[in-house]
Design a protein around this ligand. Structure first.
Ligand code: EPU
Length: 332
């Protein structure tokens, strides 16, 4: 176990906020985590790769970080494999590991920043696939009692970027292991946006899909090492069918996706229509290639990011009558 006081979080948040934690603890096993629980202050936060956080200032409590590693095949029935992965494994290392073996299920989730534990909290998603599609079990430890608990997928209450770990059980459990079900003979999902180009090719493999996703993401999304950011800053709103038709009259070219409870409209598109793409307020900017991403242009304060966020939300509301909400977690 590693423990630090007044620890810089610069390398633990992709937004590049130069803030400190009063105490920072990194553990690499379930036993270590259980052992440190009695000393946990009332204010604590469990982080993963810090790729979905905006620290509003120094953190006056304990930050927990898992470095539980290991990728273990639990079952291989010829048709699918069950793989148990430590919460501290870097997500994309795991994706690369599955793709090397030719197994299918998470190739569309290539290059998403963050760690395995967070994939199960956040229900990460991209290019028509969500983590919930492949998660079969989540193991976790209750941070007050030390009780170990397993959650099957249904118990995780997954929805778009949502889970029980972000809602009813927020802050209560630390995820230690996640088990994924992957297909030995992959069925590729190529229906999202520009992925359809792959349909024209023959014998497309999971490696081809991974490469395509990596190229697409690299072309649109800023590298946090160069330009601080936390990926999509906002969630895509779902509006009623009536509301959608009303907007479509004025914007017939508007992109959209039909979903169960209405129509999802890309917030990035609305932000671009409002003229924000590539614009900035102080040192906070709207990314020039993907308006859903807010960026730290260098030394931005969290206040500057929040001011920009509020200005963008206000304009989207005034133009389209739609409320958009941050996907990024604000940490006080
Ligand atoms: N669009 C614009 N202008 C923009 C951005 C997008 O017109 O500045 C349009 C695009 O042309 C496209 C549509 O909006 O027609 C959707 O854009 P894109 O495919 O880039 O996806 P998104 O809805 O903006 C979501 C996820 C991303 C994920 C992509 C691909 C959320 C909040 N974001 O973005 O996830 O990579 O789909 O599946 O759902 C993340 O969570 O950090 C993230 C990057």
């Amino acid at each position: 176990m590693k423990e630090y006081t007044n620890y810089s979080l610069l390398n633990h948040n992709t937004f590049g906020m130069d803030v400190e934690a009063k105490r920072f603890v990194e553990y690499d096993s379930e036993e270590e985590l259980i052992g440190l629980l009695p000393s946990l202050e009332s204010k604590y936060l469990h982080i993963g790769g810090g790729s979905n956080l905006l620290f509003r200032g120094n953190f006056d409590g304990t930050i927990l970080h898992s470095v539980i590693k290991g990728i273990e095949i639990q079952e291989n029935c010829g048709e699918y494999v069950l793989v148990r992965v430590g919460a501290g494994v870097v997500w994309d290392d795991f994706v690369a590991w599955t793709v090397e073996r030719g197994w299918g299920g998470i190739e569309n989730l290539s290059l998403i920043p963050g760690e395995v534990g967070a994939s199960a909290v956040q229900n990460i998603g991209a290019y028509g696939v969500e983590a919930k599609d492949v998660i079969v079990q989540v193991k976790a430890i209750h941070l007050k009692t030390g009780e170990k608990r397993s959650f099957v997928t249904d118990e995780c209450c997954y929805a778009y970027r949502q889970s029980i770990f972000k809602n009813e059980l927020k802050g209560q459990y630390a995820i230690t292991y996640v088990t994924y079900k992957l297909k030995v003979r992959p069925t590729l999902k190529l229906s999202y946006g520009n992925m359809k180009a792959l349909l024209e090719k023959k014998n497309v493999t999971v490696s081809d899909v991974r490469q395509f996703i990596i190229d697409t993401r690299n072309a649109k999304l800023p590298d946090p090492k160069v330009l601080g950011n936390a990926g999509s800053f906002f969630m895509n709103p779902v509006v009623s069918r009536d509301k959608f038709q009303e907007i479509q009259k004025d914007y017939p070219q508007m992109p959209y996706y039909e979903v169960e409870n209405g129509v999802k409209i890309p917030a990035g598109w609305m932000i671009e229509q409002c003229g924000w793409k590539g614009k900035s307020l102080g040192k906070a900017g709207v990314h020039e290639k993907q308006a859903l991403v807010l960026v730290n242009l260098g030394g931005a304060s969290s206040e500057e990011i929040v001011t920009l966020c509020n200005a963008v939300c206000k304009d989207v509301k005034e133009t389209f009558g739609i409320d958009i909400h941050p996907e990024v977690n604000f940490i006080n």
